[in-house]
Design a protein around this ligand. Sequence first.
Ligand code: HPA
Length: 281
Amino acid sequence: MSYDKAATAAEFIRARFPEAISTAVVLGSGLGAFGNAVENAVSIPYEEIPGFARSTVVGHAGRLVLGKVSSINVAVQQGRFHFYEGYDMEQVILPTRTFGLLGIKNLIVTNAAGSMNSDMPPGSLMLITDHLNCMGVNPLRGANDERFGPRFPDMTEVYDREFQRIADEEANAIAAERGQESGTDFLHRGIYCALSGPTYETPAEVRMYRNFGADAVGMSTVPEAVTARHMGMRTLGISCITNLAAGMVDGEIDHSHVMDTGAQTAEVFGELLRRIIGRIG
Ligand code: HPA
């Protein structure tokens, strides 16, 4: 990754939105609505940002929204770049690199994912506690620029423990306000397994990843989380469970259904994000 490329993108964004930004949020498939919750928003289509690719997936708006959530300045990625779209990893992680160079300290990564745990049904949310990178490629492969971070970054705690605690507390608070007993009703905890896609898994693959210890499968998030860790940003990951993984129920997995389920969780998902952003500052 050329440092200059990320620096140029950061400079362009800073010219449009000169205030300091605390937290960046990456919105997954079907979860883009949260971008509309940003107040005093300045929206920049990706094609205007130097070096950024275009978002080609249905359900991803393809723009960066800058403004306030819970009185905190945020940068919200409405749509991300996926490896399966044919982008190389450098393009996939350019937004994260750019956030780091903008001085953003916190990253919240979200995604739509399939559940491999029948106790975690569609419509629930999963706090990512760790991940398996089964994409077949590491986003940091290639020459390392020490200005970003070390050659061999530690991955013991990719997802910040303190942020996980805050997310749990806020989920419990939402549940209590709604008269439910505990936040775990909709905020589960688990391990996210990232695959390159674009195919969904075969039932045999789902059995294998489950035996590997994963709870949810998806096609994103790990590149951004690894990159953020490399740059010393603190990361929180949340999966929106849109379906049970292949072979766990009769019938096929369908992208439009995945999108619809994502949209159905929009209200509680947005509420949780707003509260977490207010807490992590
Ligand atoms: N597999 C992989 N990616 C996904 C799935 C799934 O079942 N659901 C949403 N994204």
